[in-house]
Design a protein around this ligand. Structure first.
Ligand SMILES: Nc1ncnc2c1ncn2[C@@H]1O[C@H](COP(=O)(O)OP(=O)(O)OP(=O)(O)O)[C@@H](O)[C@H]1O
Ligand SMILES: [Mg+2]
Length: 149
């Protein structure tokens, strides 16, 4: 039985903060699969996740590449690689497979995947799923499956 956390956020700052809170529950090897329409807040939540993982670089969605790598920090001070995927422009899951995604998804870093629905079966079954939906101009519903906050 997977835990389910439901939250409503009323501003980008609140979504960012939710990412920060979720980051505190993450461990090496975790994958966060984000789903939601354009502008639903996936990158905003990713920025909060990355801040929570002590990434110092500016986090933005990879535009011409499928994946960005950042250096986060583990609680013990060691380097924690953070892999940020954006599958919006993915033509076919095979492209993701050929990129060697399994090495990232089943490796020792943390993966954050925007438009994870486009990755099909390549997304690990154990991934923490985050579904974001517009509830209005600034209201977003965020449902997190696989992690209790
Ligand atoms: N509660 C909220 N949470 C997050 N973003 C919000 C909220 N209210 C308004 N916004 C606005 O919605 C937009 C969310 O953009 P963001 O890039 O995070 O979405 P996205 O899901 O990554 O979109 P895309 O699929 O285009 O990458 C921003 O312009 C942000 O200011
Ligand atoms: Mg985005």
């Amino acid at each position: 039985m997977r835990e389910i956390t439901k939250r409503l956020t009323r501003s980008p700052e609140e979504t960012h903060q939710l990412g920060l809170t979720l980051a505190r529950t993450l461990n090496r090897g975790d994958c966060v699969a984000l789903r939601g329409d354009l502008g639903s807040g996936k990158t905003c939540l990713t920025q909060g996740l990355c801040e929570g993982l002590s990434v110092k670089e500016y986090v933005t969605s990879p535009t011409f590449v499928l994946i960005n790598e950042y250096a986060g920090a583990a609680p013990d001070g060691g380097v924690l690689p953070v892999y940020h995927f954006d599958l919006y422009r993915l033509g076919d899951p095979d492209e993701l497979y050929e990129l060697g995604c399994d090495d990232f998804f089943y490796g020792k870093g943390i993966c954050i995947v925007e438009w994870a629905n486009l990755g099909g079966d390549l997304i690990p079954k154990e991934a923490i799923e985050v579904d974001l939906t517009h509830e209005g101009d600034r209201l977003r519903q965020v449902i997190i499956t696989g992690r209790a906050l």
